[in-house]
Design a protein. Structure first.
Length: 204
């Protein structure tokens, strides 16, 4: 599976680190359709830093907005409206697409990210925390994806090991557990490749 969407159960889950790992592991390109917030490091910049990859593999954002807010509001403050009809993943080649925040994040006043994913029909990797609250958020996210017939490849957990939470989500959500990314002190290409080999079995 070499063309994937990485989304999360919430913001701040760790989607960008997961996306960086998968970009390396699958020899893919990275694409974030909409970036909100440019004051600090953007997600695209972070992926370049973590992977050591260049502009040929870490593709430009389709839309870049200044304020670190929901895209619909950040776009309004910038005086633009996101044209969802014009958003599309690059047409060929291995690809990791990173969403913004969770599934129900608005792109404009009419369209959510999950609507875009339903249109694209790429398999989804759902990033989820391992700690308290993850069962509710993850099961709700899986239900929303399936209600829109979006293919779900599986859940990638991020955080300290929590065997019961992971088992509960796998069983009650009837979903494949792809692996677990531990919290990392150092994030670079070597570390990400090691995590993929040791915690994801070298494959998804």
């Amino acid at each position: 599976m070499s063309r994937l969407i990485v989304t999360g159960t919430d913001t701040g889950i760790g989607k960008t680190v997961l996306s960086a790992m998968l970009t390396l592991a699958l020899a893919a390109s990275y694409f974030k359709p909409v970036q909100s917030g440019t004051v600090d490091e953007t997600d695209r910049d972070a992926v370049k830093r973590m992977t050591g990859l260049g502009d040929d593999r870490v593709l430009p954002n389709a839309v870049t907005l200044r304020e670190p807010l929901s895209p619909h509001r950040s776009a309004e403050l910038d005086g633009v409206e996101i044209d969802v009809e014009s958003l599309a993943p690059p047409p060929s080649g291995p690809l990791i697409v990173e969403g913004a925040g969770g599934l129900m994040v608005p792109l404009n006043r009419k369209t959510l990210f999950i609507d875009l994913f339903a249109r694209w029909q790429l398999p989804v990797v759902l990033a989820a925390r391992t700690g308290l609250g993850t069962i509710n958020h993850t099961l709700l996210s899986l239900e929303a994806l399936r209600a829109r017939d979006i293919p779900v490849l599986g859940v990638a957990f991020i955080g300290d090991d929590n065997a019961d939470n992971i088992r509960t989500i796998a069983e009650m959500g009837e979903v494949k557990v792809l692996g677990r990314m531990p919290l990392l002190e150092r994030i670079d290409a070597e570390t990400l490749n090691q995590v993929f080999a040791e915690h994801f079995g070298g494959t998804i």
